[in-house]
Design a protein around this ligand. Structure first.
Ligand SMILES: [Zn+2]
Length: 479
């Protein structure tokens, strides 16, 4: 069994390392349906933590949870032409019920704007109902033709989608920025993944949006991961779906709309960003188990060690800490160390017979491997302190990685070199779509995000066409 447990490759062999970590640490497994995974307990527990924190944040903001059907009639999904053509290539359709062909085929939701806004149109009457803030947690289906990868790119995934209607354009724009900030907080404060907040280029925005904001992070293999997007929809959907309200001026107006989402892709981000040669390293705030107690057993002294472990588990489980005592029989302590290291549990508490007598234990940090002797007396505070330290260390480490892997090339040749050496790049760009396409062909990468924080672009010329540059743009490969 021990041969099967650990990883057989190092993290630098990114695709194989990622796959082994996902499978062996019980984050997920492949299913009989191509491109669809089973999210296993270890992955799902992290998703639950994300849901808990995000639900809390949006509810405080006045957002309410709903559930909409997963099937959308073709006539409905077709109403906003740009949106429809953007999603058509990856829509899966239900065409039959038993042997009978349906009168109208039904799309399995690739996103829910269309079905939600048909209902908004029915519900919304007056400006007094605004802002309207509707949200759902659900699954989504997009029939990917590109290579799929657990969490990062799949045909079915879990996500949240928020949809709001506002009286004014300014309010809707403010909401779009609010969602972006929430995603950045979720990513940095909870998952310890540093992100760049920015705007998508026009070629890359959501089909049907006026503009799309997003957070983007650089993964350890040099590819960028889009971790959340927030769309300003303007009146683009309100018009075809007739999302209208009777205003203060006693006239009918179209509602200003936004939508925003993030998905189980975040789990892929966690694994890729923090993991090492031994497997995953989980950020303490979402780790299903924050500290695992492992007994070091010697013949004849098992009883007092196990008793102490149980006592400690009971005591710590009364706190907010998530503790687990690994009492499995027939496994050596070393085997257990490896198993929990692979799964990425932030702290391990080792307890042997002498430790019981001395009222001192050894704790081991997953992020640094450091061993620390601690007193039994103030164990709760000590664990809490170390969990905070681990979060900060993971975040700082990831931030440093992004910093040292962000190139500022002066020429297209330098840009290519940067991308081939697993970096992304900040480049001056003219903002023209034709130029973007041309550069995509030359460089392998593509436009990732126009950072909101812009250095002066004055006197800069576009890296590709040499026309006047309009903004700094992150450019690189992506998931
Ligand atoms: Zn250009």
């Amino acid at each position: 069994m021990s041969e099967e447990l650990g990883l057989t490759v190092k993290k630098e062999d990114a695709p194989e390392w990622y796959q082994q970590t996902v499978l062996k640490a019980d984050f997920a497994d492949y299913s009989p349906v191509k491109g669809c995974i089973v999210i296993k307990h270890w992955g799902y527990a992290i998703w639950e933590k994300i849901q808990e924190v995000f639900n809390d944040a949006i509810k405080k903001h006045g957002v309410q949870n709903y559930y909409f059907p997963m099937l959308i009639p073709e006539s409905l999904i077709k109403k906003e032409a740009e949106h429809f053509s953007g999603f058509t290539p990856e829509v899966a359709w239900v065409t039959h019920a038993g042997k009978n062909k349906l009168d109208e085929k039904l799309a399995i939701r690739p996103t829910s704007e269309t079905i939600m806004y048909a209902m908004f149109s029915k519900w919304l009457k007056s400006y007094r109902q605004l802002p309207m803030k509707v949200h759902q947690w659900c699954n989504i289906m997009r029939w990917e033709t590109k290579m799929t990868k657990p969490f990062l790119r799949g045909r079915e995934f879990l996500w949240q989608e928020g949809h709001t209607v506002h009286e004014t354009k300014e309010e809707a724009e403010k909401e779009t920025s609010w969602a972006l900030e929430e995603y950045a907080k979720l990513s940095e404060d909870l998952l310890a993944i540093p992100v760049v907040k920015g705007k998508k280029t026009d070629s890359d925005k959501f089909a049907g949006a006026e503009f799309t904001l997003g957070i983007e992070s650089l993964m350890s293999d040099g590819k960028a991961l889009q971790m959340g997007t927030s769309h300003m929809l303007g009146h683009n959907f309100a018009k075809p779906y007739e999302v209208k309200f009777f205003g203060r001026d006693e006239k009918w107006h179209f509602g200003w709309q936004t939508s925003w989402g993030t998905s189980t892709r975040l789990l892929g981000g966690v694994i890729l960003t923090h993991g090492d040669d031994k497997g995953a390293i989980l950020p303490p705030k979402v780790a299903p188990i924050q500290a695992v107690i492992i007994p070091i057993l010697f013949k004849g002294k098992e009883e007092k060690v196990i008793k102490k472990c149980k006592e400690l588990e009971k005591k710590l489980n009364k706190t907010k800490l998530r503790i687990h005592f690994d009492n499995r029989e027939g496994y050596t302590a070393g085997w257990k160390f490896n198993d929990w290291e692979l799964k990425g549990v932030p702290l391990r508490i080792e307890i042997g017979p002498r430790d019981v007598d001395n009222k001192k234990f050894i704790i081991v940090r997953r992020d640094t491997g450091e061993k620390i002797a601690i007193e039994e007396n103030n164990i709760q505070e000590t664990l809490e302190t170390f969990l905070k330290k681990i979060h900060n260390n993971l975040f700082t480490r990831a931030k440093e990685f992004v910093k040292t892997h962000t190139a500022k090339p002066k020429t297209v040749k330098d840009l290519k070199t940067a991308i081939n050496s697993k970096q992304w790049a900040l480049i001056p760009h003219c903002s023209r779509e034709e130029c973007e396409k041309e550069l995509e062909n030359k460089s392998e990468g593509g436009p990732r995000i126009i950072p909101l924080k812009q250095d002066s672009i004055k006197n800069q010329i576009c890296i590709n066409c040499k026309k006047e540059a309009k903004y700094w743009l992150y450019w690189g490969k992506s998931y």
